[in-house]
Design a protein around this ligand. Structure first.
Ligand code: TXA
Ligand code: MG
Length: 332
């Protein structure tokens, strides 16, 4: 099922970065590494370049993009920051936090799907930061996967999904966090809302803001509802193989289960090895689980299993983000 690819994978040499920055300024698409997941980047101030992102991904125009910036000076070019936003930025940027703020006119409507707000993030991945600096413009970038599929956490994942649609992929190694950024709506700074859980946790946000951060509510089943709170489509990040979630997986159940079904434990089971037994982190530590989750889902999706049984993560914090992605992967 490997489709011929026209995409070139670039190492992050100074020469390659200079070339990719030129291509971005000229309106081309470049897939980029970030600490969360790989993104598909275009000049955020160029409506035609951004339109190509939607085409390459097969993404509906109703789903807005995240604008990536290099500096706080650039934040003021694309959005209207408030005091709450600046506090979060000071604490968590560069990093895995996206802020939704009132949009400035310089950002074309296609980026925000026509909304008067814009989502902004300052990433920490050193290669992406260098590219942002060289490009000199903010870069709009959704995750670099065909719409609805599992987000990519390596250059090889990007090529497997979009290799026929794009030409340039910057390789920055495997993503260190492995889950998409936390998104906070700060349009109303006294009523911040958590639109997507991620590695920056609700408790961390509340500590810095000094007030509760309300989650945005249940994932929407219908696209119409998703547009009110974009990105909340229940089915998202989904492998093709059906996913069944378990509060706790037992080695007994796995041992007795059919061999054409895979069992994915958080930690390496001590007493069980078989071709259909997998784990996300040897010790079951959550940062490792998050880092490998999408890779393992993709790997198993490429095997011939009829079903993937996956164990939910215990507790709050990063577990909330991991379980959010698992529930989306399992949604019908
Ligand atoms: O970690 C990440 O955030 C990665 C890397 C590449 O930065 N990007 C990413 O983008 O996950 P994407 O397109 O897969 O998800 C972006 C989501 C949208 O689906 C939507 O939920 C939200 O960001 N979003 C963007 N603009 C918004 C806005 N103006 N209001 C509310 N939500 C917005
Ligand atoms: Mg995405």
């Amino acid at each position: 099922m490997t489709a011929p690819s026209s995409a070139r994978i670039y190492r992050g040499t100074p020469r390659n970065l200079a070339r990719l920055a030129r291509l971005l300024r000229a309106g081309e698409l470049v897939a980029v590494p970030t600490e969360t997941v790989y993104g598909l980047a275009a000049n955020a101030l160029d409506a035609r370049a951004c339109a190509r992102i939607f085409t390459a991904k097969g993404r509906p125009a109703s789903d807005p993009l995240i604008v990536h910036i290099h500096s706080l000076a650039q934040l003021a070019e694309v959005a209207e920051p408030n005091a709450a936003a600046l506090r979060l930025a000071a604490k968590f940027w560069p990093g895995a936090l996206t802020l939704v703020l009132p949009k400035k006119a310089a950002v074309p409507g296609i980026v925000s799907a026509g909304l008067p707000s814009v989502a902004v993030r300052m990433p920490s991945h050193p290669l992406f930061r260098r590219l942002l600096k060289l490009a000199g413009v903010p870069l709009a970038a959704p995750s670099a996967n065909p719409f609805g599929y599992v987000s990519p956490t390596s250059a090889a994942h990007v090529r497997a999904g979009l290799g026929k649609k794009i030409r340039h992929i910057l390789d920055g190694g495997p993503c260190t966090i492995g889950l998409e950024s936390t998104i906070v709506d700060l349009r109303h700074p006294r009523a911040p809302r958590l639109l997507r859980p991620g590695a920056v946790t609700q408790a961390q946000l509340e500590r810095v803001l000094g007030r509760p951060v309300r989650p945005a509510g249940q994932a929407a089943a219908k696209p119409a509802a998703a547009q009110l709170a974009p990105g909340l489509l229940a089915r998202h990040y989904s492998p093709r193989t059906p996913v069944v979630l378990h509060q706790k997986l037992s080695t007994t159940a796995a041992r007795r289960g059919p061999v054409d079904e895979a069992w994915v434990f958080l930690a390496k089971p001590r007493t069980l090895t078989a071709k259909n037994i997998f784990w996300l982190d040897a010790q079951g530590r959550l940062p490792g689980v998050a880092r490998r989750l999408f890779h393992v889902l993709r790997l198993l999706d490429g095997m011939k299993f009829t079903r993937l049984h996956v164990e939910l993560a215990p507790g709050a914090g990063l577990a909330t983000a991991i379980n959010d992605r698992l529930r989306r992967a399992a949604a019908k």
